[in-house]
Design a protein. Structure first.
Length: 422
């Protein structure tokens, strides 16, 4: 049930065997040739005293705030690319009782947005896109004016959220909804925008579903192939993939807080805003690649980490595909959380301290979002503010919450209200 290791303990043959004997539960990937020549950065030095201090603090959090609270998932905490703590607790499939391993790929939910944003910026870096491109360049019948690529990236488009409007406008929820279906509904029905473009931040999954389509237009490849070619293959992210329905038999299932398996629903075939599956180890590779200039230029990374939502005072902000805390001393914590069905994800990058916190779960557990407390282990003055006031549950009880985080208590209180109304 529990898989735990630290980097200074050699991996035994039995653990390697366990990691390779997942059977049907692990999606087998066909290795593709890497023509980029990417070389991963070597882990940096941490003194034995600091290593032990960090490891003990993370271990205490893991045992007391995750495992003791019903955690089912995987965790990696690293500094300078060196793994301080790595553990896997629980099961890939709760019924089969097949233990999680380092190769168990979790649905990243909205952490997927980090890949979509960086793929968009990669295309800009390649000269195939511009931040100021109007969406009508890609979709001539797009019904909204002055919506630019950069407004999608920074959630400042003012567009309505397809998570809500598709069903409201009559979509048959027995049919899966593709990105193209969403776009067609926007063109046909023109659901009301929430605001004028570039007037304020409003988190919206439509933005990233549209970016997924724009990536395909600009690259001439489908979204999954472009990410595989540009990121997953060169970074040796061998357990990472973009979900489609052919993966439904082998992809990791998710569970509600009671342990009941979540069923696929009509919103489960889209891409761009969700539907990337990955592991803590692969996400650490993704994190470390952004400390080099091999995949992205310094200018591209600076654009990604620049705060664009400055109309409200405070440390919370959003860049291009990244949430962030921006402190008066100039330090930034770059991060993203996710929630889709029973999947909870936390990906925190303390870029000035070169520290990384990755926690992925497939059984709904609000304590996973408390993982931000571990930031204080590396930078005691870092206080990561909550983002719950940006988050809203879906209004229909039959649909599970979107990628956005609300508290366990608030979510189930909402469900009780819906039941009373029926």
């Amino acid at each position: 049930m529990k898989f735990l290791r630290f980097i200074f303990i050699p991996i035994s043959f039995s653990l390697v065997f366990a990691a390779c004997s997942q059977g049907d539960a692990t999606k087998l990937k066909i290795k593709k040739t890497d023509s980029t020549g990417y070389v991963a950065p070597a882990p940096g030095y941490i003194s034995p005293l600091d290593f032990e201090k960090y490891r003990n603090a993370v271990s205490d959090f893991y045992n007391n705030d995750l495992v003791a609270k019903g955690f089912n998932g995987g965790i990696i905490v690293a500094k300078k690319g060196r793994i301080i703590f790595e553990a896997y607790h629980g099961f890939f499939n709760l019924k089969k009782k097949d233990s999680l391993t380092p190769h168990s790929a979790f649905h990243l939910a909205s952490v997927s947005k980090t890949f979509t944003a960086m793929a968009t910026l990669k295309l800009i870096q390649m000269g195939k896109l511009n931040l100021d491109d109007d969406l009508k360049k890609f979709f001539p019948n797009f019904p909204y004016d002055n919506v630019k690529v950069k407004y999608l990236l920074s959630h400042r488009s003012g567009l309505p959220n397809y998570i809500y409007f598709m069903q409201k406008l009559g979509w048959d929820t027995h049919q899966y909804c593709s990105n193209e279906d969403m776009l067609a509904y926007m063109i046909k029905y023109r659901p009301n925008p929430t605001s004028t473009p570039n007037t304020h931040f409003e988190y919206c999954n439509t933005n990233y579903a549209l970016l997924g389509l724009i990536i395909e237009k600009a690259s001439g490849k489908n979204y999954a192939d472009f990410l595989q070619e540009q990121f997953f293959t060169p970074l040796h992210m061998n357990d990472t993939y973009v979900f489609n329905m052919s993966d439904s038999a082998t992809a990791m299932p998710s569970y509600d807080w009671r342990g009941r398996q979540e069923k696929l629903m009509f919103l489960d075939t889209g891409f761009g805003d969700k539907n990337i599956y990955s592991t803590p180890e692969d996400l650490l590779k993704w994190d470390q690649a952004m400390y080099t200039n091999e995949i992205f230029t310094p200018q591209t990374l600076e654009e990604a980490y620049t705060p664009y939502s400055n109309e409200k005072p405070g440390i919370r902000n959003y860049g291009y595909g990244w949430r962030m805390n921006v402190y008066p001393n100039g330090k930034k914590i770059i991060y993203h959380n996710g929630w889709w069905h029973g999947n909870n994800t936390v990906f925190i990058r303390m870029i000035q301290d070169s520290a990384t916190i990755i926690v992925l779960g497939n059984k709904y557990n609000p304590y996973i979002y408390k993982s931000k407390k571990m930031a204080e282990i590396f930078e005691p003055s870092s206080i990561m503010e909550d983002e719950e006031k940006d988050m809203k549950p879906l209004n229909n009880e039959k649909t599970t919450p979107s990628h956005k985080t609300i508290s366990h208590k608030k979510y189930h209180a909402k469900k009780r209200v819906v039941r009373r109304r029926r």
